[in-house]
Ligand binder design. Structure first.
Ligand SMILES: Cc1cc2nc3c(=O)[nH]c(=O)nc-3n(C[C@H](O)[C@H](O)[C@H](O)COP(=O)(O)OP(=O)(O)OC[C@H]3O[C@@H](n4cnc5c(N)ncnc54)[C@H](O)[C@@H]3O)c2cc1C
Length: 469
């Protein structure tokens, strides 16, 4: 059965299909064997996404004598790593204020610098391991389609310069210059940073898993960990005993006993068009393959894919009661329609463009919206994640940071402000649900009010306060 969409039906996906368009594009591979019985290792990593796989790869490259085992509940790349927008951003989530709270006045700059160096690190690994993942380093644009959005972008630019000084990277792009890059309806200007690449994320995650194995890591798929304690990760009928047990489960951490409120699993949904004809691309431009964010509060993120499609994502249903992450079924028709509308509002020529596929996934948000890399030296238990939707590149830096911690090294990375600074837990239900949904309602209302009145509104600041960003 082919997936299909209509205005009245949900987006139906054949249950035999993978969880995303990106994963569909991979050559089918046999499943790696599940863990059987009890085994020993030096490091047991739970979760086979970017965090877990980069960590396995880095550990084995640094210390080939160390036994590293990755336990993945489904297949590698099943989580957000195989479903995301493919933005490899040289920046990290979290406000300057939140980073200062974590690590003092120099924290925002320290994180910014470390993230900037992460992009070359990833591209070198891709080259070294010959991973074909449509990597293209074209930078990123945030486009303004109204005067209020334009004013907001100018404010953001000012704010970035205040925080980062000389290291600030966003530049203002005039209306005319924007049109030279990409033709967006009512595009009045944009911000541009060179520190972003786009990839086909599932190809990167699959290539990384193969590279980790070549480096000597062992990966078990179909192995769901049901509990971790110091020195042991337990699956049903099997376990790994290891000095270090590291959780690389991002949003799914909420399902593990005792960790229900550590991260909030937030939903994000995507659609991808069929390949667009050359004359359409001639009209749109976008030959630089910049990743593209629109300037609204409830923004969408897009990329031009290597095979000439547009993949665009946004919030959809933002959060499910009780931090549930098990929704693998169809994307609600309303979400697909919202993403199509947004695509049309950016590129009116695409009003009738056929949509090839819709999917969704969960990403992990920590209480202060900054990621964490934590290792308890006494128990050997660790966690890395909480990237709040900006984890494709940050997972690489988090993994290198965690590798240094596990290897007992004192490095620049282990002194970064995200080390061992986990914020407080999220509120219990129903507060968590009410808070998360109120934030998105307020952002939506702020966008609508701005559009109607042409003036900035305070609603978004209220949303930011509730979110604790
Ligand atoms: C739709 C969408 C779009 C996004 N777009 C972008 C983007 O463009 N750029 C960006 O930087 N970030 C983006 N993100 C966020 C980014 O994808 C994530 O931050 C990143 O992939 C997290 O990687 P991870 O390895 O930590 O977690 P995941 O990729 O979620 O991996 C966790 C793994 O753990 C496994 N697991 C869970 N529980 C268990 C268990 N009990 N036992 C064993 N295994 C378990 C899961 O199956 C999963 O494979 C997006 C996320 C989504 C959902």
């Amino acid at each position: 059965m082919r997936p299909r969409a209509s205005d009245s039906l949900e987006w139906h996906v054949d249950p035999a299909m993978t969880p995303s368009f990106w994963l569909d594009q991979l050559e089918p591979q046999p499943r790696r064997p599940a863990l059987d019985g009890v085994r020993e290792a030096d490091v047991c990593i739970v979760g086979g996404g970017f965090t877990g796989l980069w960590l396995a790869y880095e550990l084995r490259r640094s210390d080939p004598a160390r036994e590293v085992v990755v336990l993945e509940a489904e297949r590698v790349g099943f989580g957000a790593s195989g479903r995301n927008g493919g933005w490899v951003q040289g920046e990290v989530s979290g406000s300057a204020k939140a980073w200062r709270r974590r690590g003092g006045p120099g924290a925002p700059l320290a994180m910014e610098r470390a993230m900037r160096e992460t992009l070359p690190n990833i591209s070198e690994a891709i080259e070294r391991e010959r991973i074909e993942c449509d990597w293209r380093h074209g930078g990123s644009l945030i486009v303004a389609q109204s005067q209020t959005q334009l004013a907001r972008l100018r404010d953001e630019l000012r704010h970035e310069r205040e925080v980062l000084g000389e290291a600030a990277s966003w530049q203002f792009v005039s209306e005319a210059d924007l049109r030279q890059r990409v033709v967006v309806r009512d595009g009045l200007g944009a911000l541009f940073t060179p520190h972003c690449a786009r990839v086909q994320p599932a190809r990167l995650v699959a290539g990384l898993a193969a590279a980790a194995q070549r480096a000597g890591a062992v990966i078990h798929e179909g192995t769901r960990v049901v509990g971790v304690e110091p020195g042991i990760a337990r699956a049903v009928g099997a376990s790994v005993r290891a000095r270090h047990v590291i959780l690389a489960t991002e949003a799914y951490t909420a399902n593990l006993p005792g960790r229900h409120r550590m991260v909030l699993p937030m939903n994000s949904s995507m659609i991808v068009t069929e390949p667009l004809p050359d004359p359409v691309w001639a009209e749109l431009g976008w030959s630089g393959a910049e990743t593209l964010l629109d300037g609204s509060y409830l923004y969408t993120y897009s990329q031009r894919t290597a095979d000439g499609r547009i993949a665009i994502g946004g919030r959809g249903v933002p959060y499910r009661f009780g931090s549930r992450t098990d929704r693998e079924g169809p994307v609600p028709a309303q979400t697909v329609a919202q993403l199509r509308d947004r695509l049309r509002s950016l590129f009116p020529q695409l009003a009738q463009a056929p949509v090839a596929r819709a999917w969704h996934g969960v990403l992990g948000v920590s209480r202060d919206w900054c990621p964490t890399v934590a290792l308890d030296a006494s128990t050997g238990l660790g966690f890395a994640g909480g990237y709040a939707g900006e984890g494709v590149a940050a997972a690489n830096l988090a993994a290198r940071t965690m590798a240094d911690l596990v290897l007992g090294r004192d490095t620049e990375l282990t002194r970064l402000p995200w080390v061992d600074t986990m914020p407080r837990n999220w509120e219990p239900e129903p507060l968590r649900f009410i808070g998360a949904h109120s934030v998105f309602r307020l952002y939506g209302a702020a966008d609508r009010r701005e559009e109607r009145t042409g003036h900035a509104t305070r609603l978004a600041s209220v949303a930011g306060l509730i979110a604790g960003r």
